[in-house]
Ligand binder design. Structure first.
Ligand code: TZP
Ligand code: MG
Length: 211
């Protein structure tokens, strides 16, 4: 999986323009992460933007995944939802969403990974793997070795590595056991532009593609 994660605040060039460039650069999924409080969008504007982003993804066969908000994901007919540890439980989200909806969950240690797998997550996000300035929260940098620890502990669910990932860091995380990567700044703030930023990562990831 090659996932581009972004909300409006992450995209100085505009979120729709950046998403289109990322799609041209080879992403396979887009996680819309429009954090409440970070954006000035009201509910209607949020739905309108979500609809446009969803349609852009659909037109190009890219999965559209909504961060945090199960209700919004359902209203938009999203392909999936991505849940943090503090969001709605997987079991409850599963009940509210149509069959076949992808549910991903953020995990930060082996125990959370095993729990997410047990509850039926379709993939888990693992991070921050490397230092990132994009998301400043309480979680320490964990390094690629945690992915190895998860695999050794028997975690089978697809792992998407996140946090400070850029092209040179794709191979180390895949070798540690990740099935894909999720990036924000390596695309949205790339000096080469979003499309080239995505292409650089795609080139590293494509030989390994599992999902
Ligand atoms: N979760 C863990 S790190 C992170 C998120 C959303 C931010 C990743 O951003 P970047 O710019 O790819 O380091
Ligand atoms: Mg969340």
């Amino acid at each position: 999986m090659f996932m581009f994660v972004a909300g409006s605040v992450n995209c100085p060039q505009g979120i729709e323009e950046t998403l289109l460039s990322a799609i041209k650069g080879g992403i396979t999924s887009f996680q819309w992460r429009e954090k409440v409080g970070e954006t000035s969008l009201n509910e209607n504007e949020r739905m309108e933007l979500g609809t446009r982003l969803r349609d852009l993804c659909r037109q190009h066969d890219v999965l559209f995944i909504v961060n945090d908000d199960v209700q919004l994901a359902a209203q938009l007919g999203a392909d999936g939802v991505h849940l943090g540890q503090e969001d709605m439980s997987l079991t409850k989200a599963r009940k509210l969403l149509p069959a076949g909806t992808i549910i991903g969950q953020s995990t930060h240690n082996v125990e959370e990974a095993l729990d997410a797998e047990y509850e039926g997550a379709d993939y888990i996000g693992v991070g921050p793997i490397f230092f990132t300035q994009t998301k400043q929260d309480s979680h320490p940098v964990i390094g690629p070795s945690l992915i190895m620890d998860m695999r050794r502990a028997g975690v089978k669910v697809p792992i998407v590595a996140i946090g400070g990932i850029h092209a040179e860091r794709v191979t180390p995380v895949v070798k540690a056991g990740a099935d894909g990567v999720a990036v924000i700044s390596a695309i949205a703030s790339s000096e080469l532009g979003a499309e080239q930023g995505a292409i650089q990562i795609y080139k590293q990831l494509a030989p390994w593609f599992k999902i």
